[in-house]
Design a protein around this ligand. Structure first.
Ligand code: PLP
Length: 400
């Protein structure tokens, strides 16, 4: 089959809810992927940071194979021998008090929303059905009805109402706006440490610290969505560490899977998860032994193989080199660790055409919103790979 035949199949039988670059990938190893014709590409998206450990990491694959031969799913009707070990590992690593396992990122967000509402009614004493949750403009937290209901992206929400009430939207990066928005019925503030899908938007220094203080003072829960920023991407295990804070609830997903088997988790630093009682929340696949083992190895290799430190070193090198590109199209290069955005001027004609040209030269990345190219390679990337990427990126900017 030719690439166009694979594409025709997808287009004929699949819903068109994505507009992918037309590269049909067939194989991956580390930072590299190959298409069905054997062409090699450097992956600078890492499946939106779900493949931080690199494609088909041998230890994660080995764990997947071994555990899948042993036991894969029990449901939570019974206990399984892997669950407690996963809990212990992830809580110790992230210095968390308790954990609740789910599958997708959106489910972790939904879990947090349910938890803070229940906490509001049971502990804070908010009148029934009056709980408010504050979120930010240009947020991305997933695709469920409740979550898109508090999105400010009209593509994500229009045509999908009616939506879940109880959310208030404030500007991102503005601690004063948070303070002003809090009422006696506010139960939580849900925020990304760096807004990924919005175009790698970094809040002012000290923002998270201020937000932490405000939430503590006003007696509301701080929920950090680290589904994209977490697990080494920004050069720390969790992005909250950049400002030395601890959220009440921290959401992780994506790279917790090692890019292999979906698993997400809600981590708590307080007793807040204790408000959930048997029967009030769950998931058939959440906490299954296969997910637990895959996640344990995905976490283990991040540390053992020094991926977080590598994200610091290579991230700095990559960002400095991108900043050195002299092109009238580039408005700003910003980032933390290996989460880097190159924002183009509106006159540049959109980021997508640059991504298409990069693809033709063997580098895969994706525009986020109209005008930003995101570079987020696996955290195992080496200097020579970055040099290889920079040659292509430079060439595309020279010719465009
Ligand atoms: C990807 C993402 C989600 C949603 O995760 P899914 O696994 O796609 O449901 C939520 N929040 C952030 C910040 C994300 O990047």
């Amino acid at each position: 089959m030719l690439p166009k035949d694979y594409i025709a199949l997808e287009d004929q039988y699949g819903a068109h809810n994505y507009k992918p670059l037309d590269v049909v990938l067939d194989r991956g190893k580390g930072v590299w992927v190959w298409d069905v014709e054997g062409n090699r590409y450097l992956d600078c998206l890492s499946s939106y940071s779900a493949v931080n450990q690199g494609h088909c990491h041998p230890k994660i694959i080995q764990t997947m194979i071994e555990q899948s031969r042993k036991l894969t799913l029990t449901s939570r009707a019974f206990r399984n021998s892997r669950l407690g070990l996963f809990y212990k590992d992830i809580c110790e690593m992230t210095r968390s008090h308790k954990v609740l396992p789910m599958n997708s990122g959106a489910e972790a967000v939904e879990t947090a929303i349910k938890t803070v509402r229940k906490w509001g009614y049971q502990v804070k004493g908010v009148p029934e059905n009056e709980a408010e949750i504050i979120v930010c403009e240009n947020n991305f937290h997933g695709r469920t009805i409740t979550i898109v209901g508090f999105s400010t992206d009209s593509n994500a929400r229009s045509g999908f109402g009616p939506f879940t009430p109880g959310f208030k939207i404030i500007p991102f990066g503005d601690a004063g706006a948070l303070e002003d928005a809090i009422t006696p019925n506010t139960v939580a503030f849900l925020v990304e440490p760096i807004q990924g899908e919005a175009g790698v938007i970094i809040p002012p220094d000290g923002y998270l610290k201020q937000v932490r203080d405000i939430c503590t003072d006003k007696g509301i829960m701080l929920v950090l969505d680290e589904i994209q920023t977490g697990l080494g991407r920004t050069g720390k295990l969790l992005a909250e560490e950049h400002e030395g804070i601890e959220a009440d609830l921290t959401l992780v997903g994506k790279a917790l899977s090692g890019g292999v088997y979906p698993v997400s988790a809600v981590l708590s630093n307080t007793e807040v998860l204790g408000v959930l009682k048997p029967g009030e929340h769950g998931s058939t696949f959440g906490g299954n032994p296969l997910a637990c083992e895959v996640a344990r190895t995905a976490l283990k290799v991040l540390i053992e193989e020094n991926m977080i430190q590598n994200a610091v070193v290579q991230g700095e090198y990559f960002m400095k080199s991108l900043q050195a590109i002299d092109s009238p199209h580039i408005k700003e290069v910003r980032g933390k660790g290996l989460m880097i955005g190159v924002e183009l001027h509106p006159e540049a004609g959109g980021a997508r055409r640059f991504c298409l040209q990069l693809k033709d030269r063997g580098l895969l990345c994706k525009e986020t919103h109209e005008n930003t190219i995101r570079f987020a390679p696996p955290l195992i990337i080496q200097g020579e790979d970055i040099d290889w990427a920079l040659e292509r990126i430079n060439a595309v900017f020279m010719e465009s």
